[in-house]
Design a protein around this ligand. Sequence first.
Ligand code: ZN
Length: 95
Amino acid sequence: MIITTEYITCEYTRTSKLGNTHSYFRKKTIIILRCDSCSLIFNREKGLMAPARMSNQVYHVCSNCNVKQFAQSKGVERRLIWKMPVSSLKTLDHL
Ligand SMILES: [Zn+2]
């Protein structure tokens, strides 16, 4: 789940053709996320994320959790809903 967006400024140095070193700054956009598996708050650079994943329509999992295991557990939840009989007493709030 995307919580907020922050900006950090990073300083880099480069060497010119005359041998002088120059420092320059670049602003990075950092996305603050909450893991949908363990609720840990972590961050990720916006430039490293796929643009299609920049919404809360998809799940976000931190590097400590097993992504494939999490995806399989979500598939099991969906399958349980699909196999639920029509006469079930569960309402949409409990899904
Ligand atoms: Zn996690």
